[in-house]
Ligand binder design. Sequence first.
Ligand code: ATP
Length: 573
Amino acid sequence: MRTFIRLTAIVRPYFWWMALAALIGFATTGSGIGLLMTSAYIIAKAALQPPMAALQLGIVGVRFFGLARGVLRYAERLVSHNTTFKILAKLRLWFYDAIEPLAPARLMHFKSGDLLQRVVDDIQSLENIYTRVLAPPITALLVALLMWFLAGAYSLQAALLILGFHLLAGLGVPLLTMQLSRGLSVGIMNRKTDQQLLALDLFQGVGELQVYGRLAGHLQAMRTTEAAKLQLQRKNALVEGLQESLTGLLMNGAVITILWALIPKVSTGGINGISLAVITLAVMASFEPFIPLPAAVKHLEADRHAGNRLFEILDAKPETTSPTVPVNFPANLAIQAENLSFTYPGNRSKALDSITFSVPAGQHIAIVGPSGAGKSTITSLFMRFWNSSKGQISIGGISISRFDSEELRRNIALVSQRTYLFAETIRENLLLAKPDATDEELRNALSLCGLSGFSSKLDEWIGQHGMKLSGGERQRLAIARVVLQNAPIIILDEATANLDGITEKEVTETLAAISRGKTMITITHRLKAMDQYDNIIVLDKGRIFEQGAHERLMSREGLYRRMWELQHSTEMG
Ligand code: ATP
């Protein structure tokens, strides 16, 4: 119930639009009832062969209700679709606004197919909350009230009988349907999520599945999920068929009962024959808005499930937030990490343990160490993807938590280990770093990174995740973004790891050229051209093992010298 109340709170701004749509919906069904009533009146009256003038009122009524029903149906569709699209736009914006601060730390626990399903299907399901869940009971209630009032004007007994049948159709059938279809909508939604997860794994991992001979097994898992979904859909169709038949049965039952109760009154003069025909046909028409009620109960269950899944994400507290009154980014770019500690949620051991180091403005430092030492974690803390558990990082003497996160990220150019390239053209991928860059600037950045060959292919599509490029080309494209972003602080996390020796040397020279006068932190486990760094921080198991310039570290019998000798003896060998 809480989920439903929270969902209705989201659509509350469109209350008047929904009220208008419900009112026109009621008027449309009312016109349908009016049309049948006036038609019945004409047919019954004409059977008594009255003068033509006596039928005039009925004829005008048929014309009026016939035309009104068409026009009102059109207006109702227009207003309800307009309301639905307004709700959809609001839901999507609301979800994206809420999800953005959660990335990446809080979204890490969700599989990407599952997130996709929530963003697309769950929101799609909720877009119909008005047309499928809220509107049908309102229209049915208004029509029922009209019907009881009309029938009551002729006979109280008829009104009470209709009330009974309406209660059965409006409460009995939906409750029975809810009982029979319990779990079906949610089951179908869950099977769809499974299908999306399997399909995404198939597209992205088809190479691995083929290499390890798992393709047939994966396809079988997809078939099994499809069969399970089909079975649930079949059950669902059976319940739907049953609910429609039951509503039809109740409608016919109501008509027969009314005839059975009122025909004797015609013979005794309690009601005239024409009125009996009019009421009977009106009763038939009054069941039309009851047909979607069982489906509304099912949609309610599906919407509650979709709402729960969305709120599950949205109720997560963002790992980092921007301050309400952020401090301007300083001109002084000296960086200081003080007593920095961090443990990933769910991990026992610290990824970083009381780290202290400083980077004077304009200096270049390297952070080196074996795999898992905590090097990339420092990058994540710098970019404020995570907050440190203890200690802080400051720039120009101001803690980074006091800057607006977007401004902080604008001032730091990052090439991470896992560069993400969008399934777009080379141009679009570069413009991400500088949306207003000219072609000349793009070409210049490409050529600085040894990609002059791409200058004539700016509009070429690079495939999903940049699949049409080699690993080295992807990395260089990421570095070209750094050139374009022209930020005062540069962080390179294994930026040249995928390059061959010659290209690596060229790109390293380019990076040295573009980072002149800027503050730069290079994270690497490959100890090459280390004498270019002002300071080298050697990290192991989350702690600083030693730090200093290359010469100084080489003069000691420490981890750095062991790593350097090991790497260089392997290369010589
Ligand atoms: P590499 O050179 O292999 O990239 P690294 O020095 O950059 O290693 P980090 O990626 O910082 O190491 O990881 C430090 C520790 O934190 C590792 O033990 C790793 O398993 C753990 N870790 C990293 N990312 C996460 C995460 N998102 N959730 C949980 N633990 C993590």
